[in-house]
Design a protein around this ligand. Structure first.
Ligand SMILES: [Zn+2]
Length: 213
């Protein structure tokens, strides 16, 4: 799978274009909060054969740009089922950051994902794993080499749990679950640099409880 990273918007969120090399079929992971990603994808030459939009969670920097993307690429969109209550707050999330201008419309969700679900992108088999805490239903998409984690984990850190509908009590369980995946997986986070699960297990202070175990 070919991966192109686009860092967009005022939150500098990492979004991704995934391309199955055998068939050329593509997926978008997350959206930014504006039309920036849609514009950048539309300017690619040759145009990507976009088949689907995959959302890790319902925060405005990850899902707020969905209406712009769907206007440009009218493709099925996937969101974790447990994210619905948070996704439905997109028209108010700008207020949380004292920036009502960033209140977003909700785009259209076509598929609600549950833990363990499979998604086929050309010849690439993706799986979904539910890792709530930063948000009520955030999850990750992965194949044999790469995992797209949203704000579940960052190089050296984890996603904040103090925003509405976050739940710090779920953090350890979700991190433990994430670490059941192969440690060689390259981790593509919603913010910051690329890492691997193994590097985080060794160095991330939020995973200290697993090193002790
Ligand atoms: Zn987030």
């Amino acid at each position: 799978m070919e991966i192109t990273q686009f860092t967009v918007g005022v939150f500098r969120v990492n979004t991704y274009l995934l391309r199955d090399e055998a068939t050329g079929k593509c997926a978008i992971v997350d959206t930014g909060e504006s039309d920036e990603l849609a514009t950048r994808l539309q300017s690619l030459d040759p145009p990507p054969d976009i088949q689907m939009i995959l959302l890790t969670h319902g925060h405005l920097d990850h899902a707020g740009g969905l209406p712009y993307l769907q206007a440009a690429f009218d493709v099925p969109t996937y969101l974790p089922r447990l994210e619905k209550p948070l996704f439905d707050t997109l028209p108010q999330q700008g207020d949380w950051f004292n920036n009502p201008a960033m209140n977003c419309e909700c785009g259209r969700i076509d598929h609600w994902l549950d833990d363990g679900d499979h998604i086929q992108l050309g010849d690439t088999a993706l799986r979904f794993i539910s890792t709530p805490s930063h948000t009520p239903g955030q999850g990750c998409y992965y194949d044999e080499q790469d995992v797209f984690v949203g704000d579940t984990i960052f190089a050296g850190s984890v996603g904040r749990t103090d925003l509405p509908l976050g739940n710090p009590d779920l953090m350890e369980n979700s991190l433990r679950k994430l670490m059941t995946l192969p440690h060689a997986l390259r981790v593509h986070s919603g913010h910051g640099r690329i890492t691997t699960l193994g590097d985080e297990l060794e160095n991330n202070s939020y995973l200290q409880f697993l090193r002790e175990g």
